[in-house]
Design a protein around this ligand. Sequence first.
Ligand SMILES: [Ca+2]
Ligand SMILES: [Ca+2]
Ligand SMILES: [Ca+2]
Length: 272
Amino acid sequence: MPQPPNSSRSSSISSYRARWWQTLACACGLVTLASADTISVNFTPRLNDESQMKPQDEAGAPKFRAAHWNNVLVNGSSGQQSNLMFADGSPTSVNVRYTTDAAGATLPIPVTSSDDRMWKGYIDISRKATIRFTNLPFEGEFQVVVYLDGDNSSDWFTSRVTVGGQEANLEDSENTNWGQGDNKARVYQLPVPGYGGNRPWPRAAGEGNNNEGNYVVFSNLKGNAFNLDVYAQGRAAVNGVQILAGSPAATEGGGSEVEWNGGTLVLRRTNG
Ligand SMILES: [Ca+2]
Ligand SMILES: [Ca+2]
Ligand SMILES: [Ca+2]
């Protein structure tokens, strides 16, 4: 039986559409999954003020940005919160409990963005704090991102952060807070070992900055609970913490069809 004249083209178009929607559905599925597998905690000394994150607020280092941060009130030297939510707003059974030898505090910075809000309030630490997460739902590996920036004025303080047998060291540089001093540009800066501190951020690996920075990342963690310990030399702070399912390669989106790049969704259509 003869085919209608444009059958081949129309079949080609519907095939293209099918592939496109399949790709789109797959991509959205991946994004939903990535979002659902992130838990972000904002420590704040006061609720209902400028240090409290709103549900739609996106914040975090470029590779880890997420919405639906859980506001955990830091009212005194210990506190806890149950049933933290995922970054898509859905509930979990994850609990967090903190103890510190100080209390809640705030940076002396103006707040005009969601990142400012995350940094503004924090757990203040004189010598040591422990933050314990329990009931984690991840089957495989996960990463933990810790944000540290206290109101250190003209002092410089160092802290040692440990999670699951791993440790990281960081200097909160003199006269430097989010948006102030070496970090007027509001940069998320990983500490870079080696000589060369007290220069405006960002510093790349190889340039060295005496471990000055404001966040650290722990990877390849496993299990359903962990302790995050912070040992302060001088003073320290924990402004926020994120837990992300997966390994570094997975959360960086390398080679996948989707990149989550600072709030911009990049879709790539597959070939064939
Ligand atoms: Ca310094
Ligand atoms: Ca600081
Ligand atoms: Ca905070």
